[in-house]
Ligand binder design. Sequence first.
Ligand code: MRU
Length: 367
Amino acid sequence: MKIDGTPFRTIWVDETDHWSVRIIDQTKLPWALDLPRLTTMDEVAHAIKAMLVRGAPLIGAAAAYGVALAMRADAGDANLNHAIEVLGATRPTAINLRWALARMAAHLKPLNARTREAAAYAEAAAICDDDVATNQSIGKHGLPLISAHAHGGRRVNILTHCNAGWLATVDWGTALAPIYMAHDAGIDVHVWVEETRPRNQGASLTAYELGKHGVKHTVIADNAGGHLMQHGDVDLVIVGTDRVTRSGDVANKIGTYLKALAARDNGVPFWVACPSSTIDWTISDGLSDIPIEERAGTEVTRMTGRALDGSIATIRIVPKDSPAANPAFDVTPARLVSGLITERGLCAATEPALAAMFERHVEDALI
Ligand code: MRU
């Protein structure tokens, strides 16, 4: 997608040295467009952990390039295993991380160490290109869900949570891909962007990328979504996901579950954009089996933004001695999900429907 007319992906190999990895530092958005160079596997691991790159598909792509940088330094078996272990431990909930590392391991382990560096860069690039193609397909399959509400040229109001746009992927996004396509097709689409406390991915990232593409949007407090649904101001909800179990339970950014409950109570369709790399075929019960990342309480007790004098400031918003808890994701049970928008088409959030769509069988699940 474009930023001020320049096409960007969220991760790429530096065009001058042809080996270092460039990213958009998302902790600086929307105040600054900073494009750091990552030169070691440890720098990639830090970028994932500290959320310079974030969003399930992008975390996977970044980890793949982390393996490539590790192979550049030392392509032996021990370092390959070490890189996979270190990168795999950076964040626990998004399954794309493990999916990408498993793909890199399967590709590289049979190879002679001398050929691993080039093969690792090629496979990381393939993971990125596949992600872009997957998200384009999700966009195409999701577009009819939006156009169905656009009769007579009426405005379609969509609510989304967190950031599942192009910044969370390599390009296009998952939940936002159908929205960009609807906008580009001339549909009058408007997005309610939930700010998504505590890290504000909605307010700082979704609002930023929608604005840069010219999509109408309004930022709302996380607590406003239910009220808007009660008043008929939301035609559908589309969110992304960090992990979907084989029976269709959905882990996504904290607060998603409450929106699914409000959507059900108000008869609003609740769709989840889900690339196949986000499905964890090894587990069924999302509540008991998906590890939920606990992040630092300081993400709750502090806020960062642009002060009135133009400087970037971090302030404390909670009394000094009050502790804070920060579960970063929640699980929406499959029964509250209208369906999944996948690269293969729309799919019910059920085990038989998912298995049929991806030709998986229960006995494959533990692979
Ligand atoms: O903690 P984050 O910012 O990495 O959260 C992940 C997300 O961006 C969202 O949960 C998103 O909806 C899924 S990623 C397309």
